[in-house]
Design a protein around this ligand. Sequence first.
Ligand code: PLP
Length: 458
Amino acid sequence: MPENKIWSDEELLSSGLLHRSLKVAPHMVKNATGSYIHLQDGRSILDACGGAAVISVGHGNTEVVDAMTEQLREVAYIHTSDFTTSASERLANVLLQNYRDKISKVYFVNSGSEANEAAIKMAIQYFYEQGKKNKTQFISRKQSYHGNCLGGMSLSGHIARRQPFEGIIGSNFHQVSPAYEYRYKNSYESTESYVEELAKELEDKIVELGPDNVACFFAETIVGATTGCVTAPAGYFKKIKAVCEKYDVLLVLDEIMCGSGRTGSFFAWEDEGIVPDITTAGKALSGGYCPLSAVYLNHKVVDTLASGSAAFNCGHTYQGFALSSAAGLAVREIIDRDNLLQNVRVMGTHLEKSLKQALLSSNIVGDIRGRGLFWGIEFVADKATKKPFIPSARVGYEIQKRIFARNLAVYPGFGTFDGLSGDHILIAPTFNVTEAQIDVIVQTTAEVILLFEKQFHS
Ligand code: PLP
C-alpha cells in the first residue's frame, strides 16, 4: 500500500535501496497520470522523455492496469518450456499481423539487454546449425548502445559504459564508423558518396576478418542514447543490407529505443526500405507497465533454427511473462484503436518544426535531428567548427537539470565521440501527446537553452 510519508533527501540517501547515484537523491514520485509525473513535494513534471523513451500510451492508463489485473487473476507466471498463455500468443499474433511475409516469429524477454543477448546467440546458432561454426565474429558501430550485459556491452561503442570492463569485454567484437552525417560527412561530399564510404568500410572489415568468420552486423536503426536520435543518411541501410547479403552476414537492427511505433512506423526500418534478419525492440512495446522486449526473426533464421539439432538456448526465468504480454497487448490495442501512430507522425512534424524554429539560430545548438516523436538536440561550443563542449562541463546534464527545474523532464546525454563530449538532450513524449503539450515542451526547452547560451557567451 502506498505510504503518505514525505521522504527527505537525507532519508533517501541513507535508505537500504541502492540508487543509481550514491550522492544525489532521486525525486520521490507520488503517482503519474497521462503525460505527467506527480512528485511528493507537490510538483507535476511534464514527461517529455518517458525515462529513456519508454512511455507510449501515457502513465496510469486504467485500461492497461485493468488488463494486467485481469491477467494476474487468471495466471501471472508459467514456465515457457512447458506452457504458454493466451496473452503471449495473442500479443505475438498482433505484433506480426501485418508483417507475416517479413517476420516469422517473435521471442519475448524482459529487457533490451536480454533481447540483444538473445539476438547474438541466435545469430551464432543460425550459422552453427549450418555447419558454419567459425561465424562468431560481430561487427557493430562506434558510438552505439546495445545494452548492459557483457554481450551487448561488447557490441556497444559507448565508451563511458565500456571503460571499467574493457579487460573482460568479448574479443569477437569489432566496430566500424557510425552513420552520422552532422559530425562526419565532409561539407564538400555528397550524401551518396558518404554512404558509399560507410558501406565500403563495412565490406573491408568483413573481408579483413574473413567472411567465413563474421556472423552479423549489429546497428541501431536510429541511434538513441549515445549521440541522441541520429538518423542514418538516405540509402545507408540499403547499401549495408546489400553488403551483408553479399557475405552471408546477418543484419540485426536494434530498435529497443526507436521501435514499437516511436517513429510513427511500427518498425523504424520500414522508412529505410529494408527488412533486417533480426530486429530487437522494447521500451515503448509495453509502455512502462511491465518489463517486455522482443526479438523478431525472419523466416530464414527461424527455419534454420527449427531444422537444427539443438534447441534454442537462451532461456530466462521470466521470459514470455504473461503479465508483461498482457501489458504489451493492452498498449498495442490502445495504439491501434486511437490511431496513435498517426498522432506520432503529426505531432512529430509539429515538434520538429517548432524545435527548429525556436533553436536552429542558437549558437550552441549544432544539430536537431530525429523522426516521429524521437528528437535529439546536440550542443556545441563552436557552431562553425562543431567543436563539442569539454566533457567536464557536462553541458547536456546541466541543461537537463535546468529544464527539470521548470517541471519538464527530458533525457540528458553526453556522447562518446573522439574522446570529446557530445552533449545532447533527447525528447520522446508519449504517443498521445497533445499540440499544447508539445508547445510547452518546446517553449521551456528553448528558453533554458537560450538563457544557457547567453550565460555561456557572456
Ligand atoms: N539497445 C538500445 C538501443 C537501448 O537504447 C537500450 C537501452 O537504453 C538497450 C539496448 C538496453 O535496454 P535495457 O536497458 O532495457 O536493457
